[in-house]
Write a protein that binds this ligand. Structure first.
Ligand SMILES: C[S@@+](CC[C@H](N)C(=O)[O-])C[C@H]1O[C@@H](n2cnc3c(N)ncnc32)[C@H](O)[C@@H]1O
Length: 227
C-alpha cells in the first residue's frame, strides 16, 4: 500500500513506475481527499480511476492546474531558450529537463511547432513562450531583468565549468547543425562551452542543455528543496 498522496514522495523510478490505482484500492478505509481541507487540489476522476501520469508521488491525484500552481510557488529564476529555425527533435528533451529543474519558462525561438514526443507530456506543467525571432527573446530578457548566456562551443566562449552563471539567467541553446545563431551570440552577455575531450565536434543539444541547466542548479538552487 502506498502512503497517502501528501508531502514528499519518491519519483517515477521507484515503487510505482506506471502510476497508482484508484484511491479506494490504494488507501482502503482512508477518507477521500475530496472530504479534506485541500479538496480543490484533487481530481475526482483520477481518484476514482487511478493516476497513471508521469508525476512525482506527492502530486498523485492532483489536478494539473494545482500541480502547475504548486510548482509556480518555487520556480527558479532560470529561463531556457532554444532556437528552432529548422525543426529540432531535441526540444522535447529540453522541456522535460526544464520541468525537472522547475525552470521558470522555456522560450521557443523561431518556428512555433516543435516535436513534443520527447517531452513525455511534461510540457503541460511547464510555462512555454514562443518568440518569432532572436530580437523578441532578447527583448523579453531585458524586460524581465534576465542576463542572456548563450551555450555553444564557438570561438570566444568561456568554459561553463568555471563560469559564474548569473542568478537571473536565460540560457540560450542552438540546434543541431548551425548551433547558436550569430545574432543570439551577439546579444548574449557571454557564451559558455562545455568541455569536451573526444573526437566529436559537439554533443547533442538536449544533453548540452541538461548539463548547463544542472550547472545553474548546482550554483543557485536550494538543494534541500529537491524531492
Ligand atoms: C550539436 S550542436 C551544433 C553546433 C556546434 N557548435 C558544432 O560546431 O557542431 C547544437 C547545440 O548544442 C549545444 N552544444 C553542443 N555541444 C556543446 C558544447 N560542447 N558546449 C556548449 N554547447 C554545446 C549548443 O547549444 C549548440 O548550439
Amino acid at each position: 500500500m502506498t502512503e497517502p498522496a501528501s508531502g514528499k514522495g519518491p519519483t517515477e523510478w521507484s515503487a510505482h513506475p506506471v502510476g497508482i490505482g484508484p484511491w479506494e484500492v490504494e488507501h482502503p478505509g482512508v477518507p477521500s481527499p475530496l472530504d479534506g481541507p485541500d479538496a480543490d487540489r484533487y481530481d475526482p476522476e483520477l481518484l476514482a480511476d487511478g493516476d497513471r501520469r508521469n508525476v512525482v508521488d506527492a502530486y498523485r491525484y492532483w489536478r494539473r492546474s494545482a500541480i502547475v500552481a504548486d510548482i509556480d510557488t518555487r520556480r527558479h529564476t532560470l529561463h531556457i531558450a532554444i532556437e528552432n529555425f529548422g525543426n529540432d527533435a531535441n526540444i522535447g528533451t529540453v522541456v522535460r529537463t526544464a520541468n525537472a529543474f522547475a525552470v521558470d519558462t522555456v522560450h521557443i525561438v523561431g518556428r512555433k511547432r516543435w516535436n513534443r514526443r520527447g517531452a513525455m507530456v511534461t510540457d503541460r506543467y511547464q510555462h512555454l513562450e514562443h518568440h518569432p525571432d532572436t530580437t523578441s527573446v532578447m527583448d523579453y530578457a531585458a524586460d524581465h531583468g534576465l542576463t542572456v548566456v548563450a551555450v555553444d562551443n564557438t570561438p570566444g566562449s568561456v568554459p561553463l565549468e568555471t563560469a559564474e552563471l548569473p542568478e537571473r539567467c536565460l540560457l540560450l541553446f542552438g540546434q543541431e547543425g548551425p548551433g547558436v545563431t550569430p545574432e543570439a551570440q551577439a546579444g548574449a552577455a557571454m557564451t559558455v562551452s562545455i568541455a569536451q575531450f573526444g573526437s566529436t565536434r559537439s554533443i547533442n543539444a538536449g544533453v548540452a542543455a541538461g548539463i548547463a541547466m544542472h550547472a545553474w542548479i548546482r550554483r543557485h538552487a536550494d538543494l534541500d528543496a529537491a524531492w
